[in-house]
Write a protein that binds this ligand. Structure first.
Ligand SMILES: NC(=O)c1ccc[n+]([C@@H]2O[C@H](COP(=O)([O-])OP(=O)(O)OC[C@H]3O[C@@H](n4cnc5c(N)ncnc54)[C@H](OP(=O)(O)O)[C@@H]3O)[C@@H](O)[C@H]2O)c1
Length: 332
């Protein structure tokens, strides 16, 4: 069945997958602010958390049309998501919540593929995919699933914008509570092993929305970080203590500890499979403790802050200051 093409003005008709997630919600706001007619797909009831109640989603996705459908089931996606309507663009902010192999395959690969396969019938000519900069050095199950979908998208004949961001603020603010409570800030090794160019939810969402408007972002892989210099974990800790007017209280943890935990859990998981997800979680932790979220220089095979593009205006240091000096809690 072919549906008629939507009106082609600069405002587009957008189908947003993963709309209830951190970046999905920010992207919905950015698309609405630019006047795009946005349909947000969320999981069918029951709500997983209070944040996912119909009231919370209606508030957080205001200005969009919200539809419940199961993105892992192609028939549901077609019937309850696309609804036989025409769209210009699919934006996918879908991501497995565990990173575990089966979940990653089902969400990061298969659910995205369901949407891609339904795209031509709906008249979609462009798909924007939220991926991750870490797929450039794939070691983890979710990175392999994301790369497999990136490949499918690149070969689909539909215009693609593959957005590969560096670290989000929420991934870097987990220790704020500890520091506020007077506990040491934990770093792996000396805290200088890795660096990233943190990007805020809204800056990333605006970049994603830019992909709809900027032809240079079509058929491109787009690594992207936030504004300013690359920051190490130690620099983040030192900055927080300086804001509190205290000497740095930084405790070093060997990153090998996480690998040891991952290996031990993998062994036990052979007899007790539910532990597989925990083992993968520890492997993910080890990866981020030892790999920078910066672009790899193809010539040196080393991470390069200079080569990592930047966008936006919100800095992690400003965000940390807000979290430390107000009652605001870091996003989970
Ligand atoms: N965290 C970082 O620092 C970082 C850095 C670079 C790139 N990234 C990448 O950014 C992406 C998205 O991040 P995020 O923080 O916005 O993710 P998130 O908050 O976990 O959101 C994931 C989205 O996918 C949906 N989803 C997951 N499993 C589903 C299922 N079984 N059925 C239906 N929907 C499902 C979620 O729905 P529910 O809300 O209903 O669960 C949610 O809408 C990930 O691919 C990640 O790799 C992250």
């Amino acid at each position: 069945m072919t549906v008629p093409s939507p009106a082609t003005q600069s405002a587009k008709r957008v189908l947003l997958l993963g709309a209830s997630g951190t970046i999905g919600q920010a992207t919905a706001r950015a698309l609405v602010a630019r006047g795009h007619d946005t349909v947000c797909l969320v999981r069918p009831q029951p709500a997983r958390t209070p944040r996912h109640s119909p009231e919370a989603l209606a508030r957080n996705l205001e200005g969009t049309t919200i539809r419940a459908c199961d993105v892992t089931d192609k028939a549901s996606l077609e019937r309850d998501g696309f609804c036989g309507e025409a769209f210009d663009v699919i934006v996918s902010c879908l991501a497995s919540r565990t990173g575990e192999k089966k979940d990653a395959q089902r969400i990061d690969y298969e659910a995205n593929l369901n949407a891609l396969e339904l795209a031509p019938t709906a008249g979609v000519s462009h798909m924007v995919l939220l991926s991750a900069i870490c797929v450039q050095k794939p070691k983890l199950a979710f990175q392999k699933a994301k790369l497999a979908f990136e490949d499918a998208l690149k070969g689909s004949g539909i215009d693609y914008s593959i957005v590969r961001p560096t670290a989000f603020f929420k991934s870097l603010t987990g220790l704020v509570k500890r520091v506020k409570a007077g506990k040491p800030y934990l770093v792996f090794a000396d805290g200088e092993l890795t660096a990233c160019k943190p990007i805020s939810d809204d800056d990333l969402a605006n970049f994603i929305a830019d992909c709809l408007e900027n032809d240079a972002y079509h058929n491109a892989i787009l690594p992207i970080g936030g504004p300013g210099e690359a920051i190490t974990p130690r620099a983040q800790g030192e900055y927080m203590f300086s804001l509190l007017g205290q000497p740095p209280n930084i405790k070093q943890v060997p990153p090998g500890l996480l690998l040891g935990i991952a290996n031990a859990l993998s062994l036990v998981a052979k007899a007790y499979p539910p532990l597989k997800a925990r083992a993968e979680y520890a492997r993910i932790g080890h990866y981020y403790a030892t790999e920078s979220m910066l672009l790899l220089d193809p010539e040196t095979a080393k991470y390069s802050a200079d080569l990592t593009p930047s966008t936006g205006k919100e800095t992690l240091f400003e965000h940390l200051e807000t979290l430390l000096k107000t009652d605001r809690t870091p996003d989970a």
